[in-house]
Design a binder for this molecule. Structure first.
Ligand code: NAP
Length: 297
């Protein structure tokens, strides 16, 4: 691992990912918009940069994990952005979840400056970021992935090259459709179980290991019946990703019936001020419609 590596965005995800790069003895420089968030990384041995441009000028590979599409555009193309500091031969690896179409446009802008790009969004949450067990879905050229692979392996346990540039983002949106529709199924099933007078714990126990089982049912079902709304992934962030699903589905003329329904149900919860709760609080929208409250007695 001879590259000098930069990482931009030390939020919930980036903080854990950069720790794992340091554990793998990567020569690491970090940048965060709010400077205080760089201090723990500096204490752990990372160099710090004053801007994305300054970071890019000093490294060979730039990773970033920031919030949304406009944020990635700003970090890469804005004033003091990566493009101002990057050289021909720099590789940019975007690990944020953003629009596939915008990803293709960004890659084209970088390509014109001799800068290569991979999209490499992740799933696995803050826990996966901290433990280095993320699933990473990569779009772009195979040779660029081989260059980034040692660093991706420090951050994740499953690295899948899914196709050309933006295929990683499209695959991440596939992941998000599966997450929310599985959660809708779990929520509807639990409302039905409550209405039928079933013992909810025993019902979960009976079905979770069979054909109807899912990660969401196994992990979030128990949280729902305990009425524990602490987030693994918040409703607000989930909605950002569902908005990307709906936009991309529209661009590709793909029907997304169940995802559209979940998007509208989450919207009702956001209007009630519940956007910071976990995405399993989806059940509350069905509870409002039915007048049934799901709770282990
Ligand atoms: P977060 O904790 O809110 O952190 C966001 C990071 O982006 C912060 O470092 C923030 O800097 C930086 N940022 C945002 N806008 C910026 C801008 N315009 N310019 C420069 N820096 C900017 O978010 P997160 O949970 O780490 O999520 C990051 C990405 O990973 C998102 O795309 C998210 O969808 C994706 N993701 C998250 C999870 C999860 O469970 N959290 C799971 C999978 C994927 P400041 O410190 O200055 O605010």
């Amino acid at each position: 691992m001879s590259d000098r590596v930069g990482f931009i965005g030390l939020g919930i995800m980036g903080a854990g990912m950069t720790r794992n790069l340091l554990r793998a003895n990567v020569d690491l420089t970090v940048y965060n918009r709010t400077p205080a968030r760089m201090q723990p990384l500096a204490d752990a041995g990372a160099a710090t940069a004053a801007s994305p441009a300054a970071l890019a000028a000093n490294v060979d590979v730039v990773f970033l994990c920031v919030s949304d599409t406009p944020d990635v555009e700003q970090v890469l193309l804005g004033d003091d952005g990566v493009l101002e500091g990057a050289r021909s031969g720099t590789l940019v690896v975007d690990m944020s979840t953003i629009s596939p179409r915008a990803t293709r446009e960004l890659a084209q802008r970088l390509h014109e400056a001799g800068v290569a790009m991979l999209d490499a969004p992740v799933s696995g949450g803050s826990e996966g970021a901290a433990k280095g067990t993320l699933s990473i879905m990569v779009g772009g050229e195979a040779a660029d992935l081989e260059r980034a692979r040692p660093y991706l392996e420090a951050m994740g346990s499953t690295i899948t090259h899914v196709g050309p540039i933006s295929a990683g983002q499209s695959c991440k949106l596939v992941n998000q459709i599966l997450v929310v529709v599985n959660m809708l199924a779990a929520a509807e099933a639990l409302v039905f179980a409550e209405a039928a007078g079933l013992d909810l714990e025993r019902t979960l126990e009976a079905v979770v290991g069979g054909a109807a089982g899912s990660w969401m049912l196994a992990n979030r079902g128990p949280q729902v019946i305990e009425r524990d709304w602490r987030p693994g992934f918040t409703i607000d962030l989930q909605q950002k990703d569902l908005r990307l699903v709906l936009e991309t589905a529209d661009e590709n003329a793909a029907p997304v019936l169940a995802t559209s329904t979940v998007f509208q149900l989450y919207r009702t919860l956001q209007r009630e001020g519940l956007g910071a709760e976990g995405n399993h609080a989806l059940v509350k929208a069905l509870e409002r419609l039915s007048g049934i409250t799901v709770e282990q007695s």
